[in-house]
Write a protein that binds this ligand. Structure first.
Ligand SMILES: Nc1ncnc2c1ncn2[C@@H]1O[C@H](COP(=O)(O)OP(=O)(O)OP(=O)(O)O)[C@@H](O)[C@H]1O
Length: 267
């Protein structure tokens, strides 16, 4: 019993909370409410969901939404197999049949008909009608829908309608504070905390350029990548160039400016 508990604990991916998000998520799960995660890219939303799924001992299906994703990609479709037409469940239908967490990442990217599928599943009916087969699936108690989006990128056209967003318990994410982020970067990369703290300081400066020279500042994900390359033996400036400068912009002059900023910040 003790060994099993230790083994299960080991599989929970590391997640450093920013606030009360773990408690809110657990309460939402208990009360069978869907959850919406908002926040910039690479700030820990996906890691949070993986952490909570493991903690609650639930299977997790993650679906990366894109502008071609239609309702049938989630629910399923008839396919031709050996001259026969057979129904094939999509990932959302499979998750509703089985239970567990279904995570739709960047949901606003998906086509409009996706919301039609989500609405009856995210109010107190908790059903998934499959028009094509005539079935109506009732979500089991341990089924939970989680969606995420980045409010920063979306145009007015690509935002969630109030009738959709008001079905969800919503949690805002942002980049962690400097102390927490230093710990995350050190733990994820294996680089010494002092060197990680410097990278976090640089990230703070890069994030201040959002909306001016940069569309988005450096994410925690990029900081972990930079620190990982350095832990692997790469020279600091080369690692910074490859992770905190090149991915942020294609503009030649802005990249030169970012290099100067890194030199001034880190010496
Ligand atoms: N609070 C945190 N605890 C532990 N690791 C974190 C945390 N925040 C960020 N990370 C690290 O940053 C990486 C990127 O985070 P994650 O993939 O969860 O971002 P995201 O918000 O889902 O991004 P996207 O919206 O682009 O999918 C993680 O793999 C992890 O290494």
């Amino acid at each position: 019993m003790h060994l099993a508990a230790v083994a299960a604990h080991k599989e929970v991916p590391f997640y450093q909370p920013q606030g009360r998000e773990c408690e809110i998520f657990e309460a939402a799960f208990r009360r069978r409410l869907p959850v919406l995660l908002k926040g910039p890219t690479g700030c820990g939303k996906t890691r949070f969901v993986a952490h909570m799924a493991a903690k609650l001992n639930l299977p997790l299906d993650t679906i990366a939404c894109h502008d071609d994703l239609a309702a049938a990609d989630l629910t399923g479709r008839y396919l031709i197999k050996n001259d026969e037409t057979v129904w094939s469940d999509g990932p959302l239908t499979r998750a509703v049949r089985r239970g567990g967490i279904c995570y739709l990442d960047e949901v606003v990217e998906a086509r409009k008909d996706v919301t039609v599928v989500l609405h009856p599943l995210t109010d107190d009916r908790r059903i998934l009608p499959l028009d094509r087969t005539g079935e109506t699936l009732h979500a089991p108690d341990d089924f939970m829908l989680v969606i995420s989006y980045n409010p920063g990128y979306q145009s007015v056209l690509k935002t969630l309608k109030p009738s959709t967003r008001q079905r969800f318990v919503a949690i805002s994410f942002d980049y962690p504070n400097a102390e927490a982020e230093t710990e995350i970067v050190a733990r994820e990369s294996g680089l010494a905390a002092g060197a990680c703290a410097q990278l976090v300081r640089l990230a703070g400066r890069l994030r201040a350029l959002k909306g001016q020279d940069l569309e988005e500042g450096a994410s925690t994900r990029l900081l972990v990548a930079c620190a990982s390359l350095m832990a692997d033996g790469m020279k600091r400036d080369e690692a910074i160039e490859a992770t905190l400068i090149e991915p942020l912009t294609d503009d030649f002059d802005v990249r030169a400016g970012l290099r100067d900023l890194a030199q001034v910040t880190l010496g």
